[in-house]
Design a protein around this ligand. Structure first.
Ligand code: NOJ
Length: 591
């Protein structure tokens, strides 16, 4: 069966160069000399359709001034790593002024840089260097909520009930005789009530932390300000935007507010209990007007700026955000949530491609990000493991087979990179980093920890600063010699997973990623189709891509014979002199 999404208009031009026949690459570009990424044409309006985009969590990537917090100048100095890796673009999680109540997703000023991370000039230098290296730059836009330190919220607190300043947020009187009860039973995604009371007795809505008041998207001033923000960054040369919680901006706030009962606990699970468009908080039909409006702004640039929605909604609704007259792309989190199981993967891949095609969008794939347990660990957790309970046990119950996790992570990455569409990588996955599950309670920074009364540890374990070198107090995270204790402690075993330890090492995760991105670049064509091939053994995925590229992934427990063809790349050693595919291994073949 062939799944054929809408073809992109401008095919990448480079012919195939093939990789080695064994695990990883032996002839990756030298680390000191970044391969200047072949320009898929910097003016190609569709460059993002089949791109590989690398997420940087700036506070954990590289620290130029040695204060323990990653910064923009640190990123600029490490951009060569990304060019050598072979990605097309870098997406930066928020670097704006923020008290870091939610790792920067609490933005105090949408059009500036946090002084601890640099200046707007540092940002411009970073963009210029990225562009020089052939890398595009995406920034994160956080429109659902601001920080409570934003001037607007401070003004709203001072201005009092009924004021225009309060109308930029969602303020309501409470229930009960003295208004001492929250206006509705809605829960924050991070735990607890979604309402916080202010000294004059009113309550404000926060779908996330209390430090993140929700903005009122019925207010024209709010809409206008975000138009200004889009232009501000697009004028500075950014190539695209990742839109945070894209599905929550518009809400049904008609009085009386609708209690949600069992569905109040928030998050995307709540959507499953309701008809599409019916939930008062998420995925309302009217949210799409906002993105149609933004698309006009994004298209007023040359080339048009791309955008990707973070929308935790079911696939057929998710792709609506990715329509060509809206954002163009939406993260496909169903793929991330799918276990390492051929049958389930095939189903999710097939429906994601069909949904993308129907919407005229490109498909997206992601295995790790700053919100989930890293896939080198997740894929080794026994089915049914409760991730929160596992993290609370310090990653000990159940014990995780790290070698199995890494094998599966490598195999699933090679599978992902062979799928039609755009792949998103998360910093450190190219090193095969597992989750740091045993962070002690006193270092945790994720608001989830406090807001759930210590029932959930949260997401710090995937945000630990990267290891660049084998040695040094912070494994090369900081450049300066100052006492830069990283903002989250790094485990000793980071040494052997550092960039330095893997660079040029045949079979390392880093060399596998480099080889995969190089070989993929040579194999891609404008044709975004995939054909499932018949006769695959149980537990095995087998498909072809245009140009004779075949992919076989073995998710089962039994080795299987490989079809005939020249092996381009394998995620691990093959058996039988290269004729047998072991469990938890993916191979790319040229038929
Ligand atoms: C999604 C972001 O990825 C996450 O890190 C953040 O906590 C929430 N949105 C709230 O902004």
């Amino acid at each position: 069966m062939t799944v054929r999404p809408t073809p992109s208009h401008n095919p990448p031009a480079e012919p195939a160069t093939t990789g080695p026949a064994t695990a990883g690459s032996t002839d990756a570009p030298a680390p000191t000399e970044p391969a200047i990424t072949p320009d898929l044409s910097s003016r190609d309006p569709n460059w993002w359709r089949q791109a590989v985009i690398y997420q940087v969590y700036p506070r954990s990537f590289a620290d130029a001034d040695g204060d323990g917090l990653g910064d923009l100048r640190g990123l600029t100095r490490r951009l060569a790593h990304l060019a050598t890796l072979g990605v097309d673009a870098v997406w930066l999680s928020p670097f704006y002024p923020s008290e870091l109540a939610d790792g920067g997703y609490d933005v105090a000023d949408y059009r500036d840089v946090d002084p601890r991370l640099g200046t707007l000039e540092d940002f411009d230098v970073m963009v210029a260097e990225a562009h020089r290296l052939g890398l595009k730059v995406l920034v994160d836009l956080v429109p659902n909520h601001s920080s409570h330190q934003h001037v607007w919220f401070q003004e709203a607190l001072r201005a009092g009930p009924g004021s225009p300043a309060r109308d930029r947020y969602v303020f309501r009187d409470g229930r009960g005789r003295g208004g001492e009860l929250p206006p509705s039973d809605w829960h924050s995604v991070f735990g607890g009530s979604a309402w916080q009371r202010v000294p004059d007795g009113q309550w404000y809505l926060h779908l996330f932390a209390p430090e993140q008041p929700d903005l009122n998207w019925d207010n024209e001033e709010v809409r206008d300000d975000f138009r200004t923000t889009l232009r501000f960054w697009a004028d500075r040369g950014v190539d695209g935007f990742r839109v945070d919680v894209a599905h929550a901006l518009t809400k049904d706030l008609t009085e009386p507010l609708r209690d949600l009962g069992d569905l109040a606990a928030g998050g995307d699970e709540a959507l499953e209990g309701m008809a599409p468009g019916e939930h008062p908080l998420y995925d309302r039909d009217e949210v799409h007007e906002i993105y149609r409006d933004w698309r006009k702004i994004l298209d007023s640039y040359s080339p048009p700026r791309m955008a990707v929605a973070e929308a935790w909604v079911p696939g057929e609704r998710r792709v609506l955000y990715a329509r060509p007259d809206e954002l163009g792309q939406a993260f496909n989190f169903e793929y991330l949530r799918t276990p390492w199981d051929a049958e389930e993967l095939r189903e999710v891949i097939t429906s994601a491609l069909e949904q993308a095609r129907a919407a005229g969008a490109s498909a997206t794939w992601v295995l790790s990000n700053h919100d989930v347990i890293r896939h080198a660990t997740r894929l080794a957790l026994p089915p049914g493991t409760d991730p929160d309970a596992w993290l609370l046990s310090g990653g000990r119950e159940p014990a995780v087979d790290a070698a199995l996790g890494l094998r599966r992570a490598r195999a699933s990455t090679l599978l992902m990179l062979a799928l039609p569409g755009c792949a998103y990588l998360y910093q450190g996955e190219e090193l095969g980093l597992p989750e740091v599950a045993d962070l002690p309670a006193d270092v945790l920074r994720d608001p989830i920890w406090e807001q759930t009364g210590h029932a959930r540890k949260g997401r710090d374990g995937c945000r630990v600063p990267l290891p660049w070198t084998r040695g040094g107090a912070d494994f090369g995270f900081g450049f300066a010699s100052a006492d830069g204790t990283p903002w989250l402690p790094q485990p000793e075993w980071f040494s052997e997973l550092s960039v330095e330890a893997q660079d040029g090492v045949d079979g390392s995760a880093l060399e596998l990623y480099r080889a995969a991105l190089r070989v993929r670049r040579g194999l891609l064509s404008a044709d975004e189709s995939l054909t499932w091939l018949d006769g695959a053994a149980p537990g095995v995925l087998h498909f072809s891509r245009p140009g004779g590229w075949q992919v076989v992934a073995n998710t089962g427990p039994t080795p299987v014979p490989l079809p005939t063809g020249r092996t381009l790349l394998a995620s691990g050693p093959l058996d039988g002199g290269g004729t047998v595919l072991p469990p938890d291994t993916t191979v790319w073949l040229k038929a």
